[in-house]
Design a protein around this ligand. Structure first.
Ligand code: ADP
Length: 507
């Protein structure tokens, strides 16, 4: 699995290489085609030479004087072959490019076309013509003449019948083979739209294929976010690294949404459920009290029960309100430096009274002084929650032990240790969850009845003070609940930080 970027780059790279190969193939084809055309042109040149020789031979047979020997150059007695006016007149009527040579390889006639060319071109043609093998390969000679627009392909045609004339070299313009700018532009105009259309098509296909997984992600996310399918997840392999990362991130987000939705649903269901029971009991009590046959004492008892249920409901609504405000982050903590020593001594006294009622021994083993930044009222609520739980879940004759001791790293720990019923290892991770109770059915209506909100509120209070609550327990052996809070530094500096942190956490 590679990145989308790498895959697109490779795909476009291949497309480019494909284009270049096509282009190179076209050039190779054009080159080969030119070779074939050159060979054909060579044959045309040979035919032209042959036609010229045929004319000359016919004139010779008629007995016309075509050449004459006249002295030329040094030494004075040297004779050269020249064309007669008769031959010149005869050949001037034959159009084309050709030159007639004598046995000494001297030009005795050059056609009107050749005579029109510049001296330079004629010299180049002569030089090439002299080296041409009779009936051999044709040779291409460039012509610099401006309007000519190409070169001449020369071929030699020998003759053995004539006396002085040995061969004719004829040339055919290669202009037809040249790729002139106009031809090039014309070709491009014709070919370009096809090339562009093909490129657009290929790009569209490549991009479409690369982006296909995104389409898939959109459909999947749409299906997931309809609200009922939050359990579904995107596939882990979405074709490329970037998209797979996107998938993983979206999956994590959907996971968090699922957890939040689940918690919200559970919370609403639990809250309604918890409110339903006291309401039902209250209704029954009030109906009992209002019954015409109810005796005065019976009515009074029913109303007392209804009052108890009202108190319970009020506790529950208080708890819910506390957590709802905490969730919203708009709970006001009255922050100030709090001396924990006196606070723990105070809750210890309350614990002793509660313990006496429950037939338990409550002790305070360690008490170290420490200052924390926070809300004394909330801290007291936190400590009492743990103490009442310890007493509530410990049998008569058991003991509850409190301690306040400093830890390393400027932290202070308040510990509540009991010898009560304990919590099983499988239940322990859930004790701080809202509405969680080890044994719902039994706890409701019994003397231990609670709503399972106490520890959730305690954890929130500790966290709002920059601390935490932890629980250790063994079923049947007792539990240890520990609150760890950051201490205020003696100079108050760190204390201000802790207060600021607590303010952020508490809203
Ligand atoms: P509750 O109002 O039910 O006590 P809490 O949130 O305070 O709600 O406690 C949640 C559950 O954790 C309790 O129902 C109980 O099962 C368990 N629990 C809490 N404290 C103790 C303890 N000290 N010993 C044994 N079980 C405990």
């Amino acid at each position: 699995m590679a990145t989308l970027r790498a895959r697109l780059t490779v795909a476009y790279g291949f497309a480019l290489v494909g284009n270049v190969i096509l282009f190179a193939g076209a050039l190779y084809f054009a080159h080969n085609a030119r070779g074939t055309q050159l060979r054909q042109l060579g044959r045309v040149a040979v035919d032209q030479g042959e036609r010229t020789l045929f004319l000359i031979r016919a004139a010779a047979r008629e007995g016309r004087t075509l050449t004459e020997r006249r002295p030329c150059g040094e030494p004075r007695d040297q004779l050269c072959v020249f064309a007669t006016t008769d031959l010149v007149e005869l050949l001037d009527r034959v159009p084309g490019y050709y030159v007639v040579y004598d046995r000494d390889d001297r030009q005795i006639y050059s056609s009107v076309g050749i005579r029109m060319l510049s001296d330079e071109d004629r010299l180049a043609i002569d030089r090439a013509a002299v080296h041409l093998a009779p009936d051999g390969e044709a040779a291409e000679v460039p012509v610099t003449e401006k309007n000519f627009g190409g070169g001449l392909l020369l071929a030699a045609r020998p003759d053995s019948a004539l006396r002085f004339i040995t061969r004719v070299v004829a040339g055919v313009p290669t202009t037809v083979l040249e790729l002139t700018p106009s031809v090039l532009v014309g070709t491009m105009v014709v070919i370009f739209p096809f090339l562009i259309l093909a490129s657009i098509g290929v790009s569209y296909a490549i991009a479409g294929q690369a982006l296909e997984p995104i389409e898939q992600i959109i459909n999947e996310v749409e299906a997931i976010t309809d609200g009922r399918s939050l359990h579904r997840r995107l596939p882990s392999d979405l074709g490329s690294d970037e998209l797979s990362r996107l998938g993983t991130t979206l999956n994590a987000m959907v996971g968090r949404l699922e957890t939040s939705f689940g918690a919200l649903r559970r919370f609403t269901a639990d809250a309604s459920h918890e409110l339903k029971t006291p309401l039902t009991v209250m209704r029954a009590d009030v109906e009992r009290a209002m019954h015409p046959n109810a005796a005065g004492s019976e009515a009074m008892q029913a109303l007392e029960e209804a009052l108890q249920e009202t108190a319970r409901m009020s506790d529950l609504v208080d708890g819910l309100l506390t957590l709802a405000r905490a969730d919203e982050g708009r709970f006001d903590l009255h922050r100030e430096p709090v001396a924990l020593g006196p606070l723990v001594r105070d809750v210890y006294e309350t614990a002793v009274i509660l313990g006496e009622h429950a037939g338990q021994r409550v002790s305070l083993t360690v008490l170290e002084e420490a200052m924390v930044g926070g809300d004394a009222h909330r801290l007291r609520q936190l400590f009492l929650n743990l103490i009442t739980n310890a007493i509530k879940y410990t049998a008569r004759g058991g003991s509850v032990e409190l301690s306040l001791s400093r830890l390393l790293g400027a932290e202070i720990a308040f510990t509540v240790r009991d010898t009560g019923i304990g919590i099983s290892a499988s239940d322990l991770p859930y004790v701080f969850d809202r509405f969680w109770r080890a044994d719902r059915a039994r706890s409701r209506g019994s003397e231990r009845s609670g709503f399972g909100l106490g520890l959730a509120i305690s954890q929130w209070i500790a966290q709002a003070h920059g601390g935490r609550v932890t629980a250790q327990s063994r079923l049947g052996r007792g539990s240890i609940f520990t609150v760890v809070l950051p201490m205020l530094a003696p100079d108050g500096e760190a204390g201000r930080d802790v207060l600021a942190n607590a303010r952020e956490a508490g809203g």
